[in-house]
Design a protein around this ligand. Structure first.
Ligand SMILES: C[S@@+](CC[C@H](N)C(=O)[O-])C[C@H]1O[C@@H](n2cnc3c(N)ncnc32)[C@H](O)[C@@H]1O
Length: 151
């Protein structure tokens, strides 16, 4: 969201954009929805952006600004679902550090389903330890952990 806000600036308000954040675990979703991060977690964010988009709560914690948080919808969703309920494809899918839990066949099927819900020219970002082999994907390889669907 931060990147979208930075890139589009005031034009963002005119877009039908947003972010759907899913997980199987309600605990993980509730934690994410709070939007509170430790100092260590926000360390890698350039200070100018940290000041623009976060409020320091105390010595150890930062909270993301409500305007950013409001653009994210949090939903429980099982990536193993036989059918995905999404109405529209996504321009970018981040599926990071989840495939590591699945066996090769399950991973292949998951990547196929993600592909079906990626817009033409859209991207899939995986975790760095989750290389998707050529035979398991229709995405084009862009660089490590980045894949693209062709037009
Ligand atoms: C290692 S964490 C990674 C979280 C986040 N993607 C990241 O990179 O920081 C793995 C997450 O995958 C979720 N998960 C495991 N199996 C899942 C499934 N079948 N469907 C959806 N989420 C799942 C877990 O609940 C956990 O929150």
């Amino acid at each position: 969201m931060l990147t979208l806000f930075e890139y589009f600036g005031p034009r963002y308000a005119r877009l039908d954009a947003g972010l759907l954040a899913t997980d199987l675990s309600m605990k993980a979703l509730n934690k994410a929805a709070k939007g509170v991060y430790t100092t260590a977690q926000v360390q890698a964010i350039p200070p100018v952006l940290r000041e623009r988009y976060f409020r320091q709560l105390d010595e150890h914690q930062y909270a993301v600004l409500p305007a950013l948080r409001a653009e994210v919808v949090f939903r429980k969703f099982n990536l193993m679902a036989a059918r995905y309920p999404f109405k529209k494809p996504f321009h970018i899918i981040f599926c990071r550090n989840v495939m590591i839990y699945f066996d090769a066949l399950t991973r292949r099927k998951l990547v196929q389903k993600l592909y079906d819900f990626t817009s033409p020219s859209g991207y899939l970002f995986s975790g760095h330890a989750e290389t998707i082999e050529r035979e398991d994907r229709r995405y084009e390889y862009v660089r490590p952990a980045v894949y693209r669907k062709s037009l």
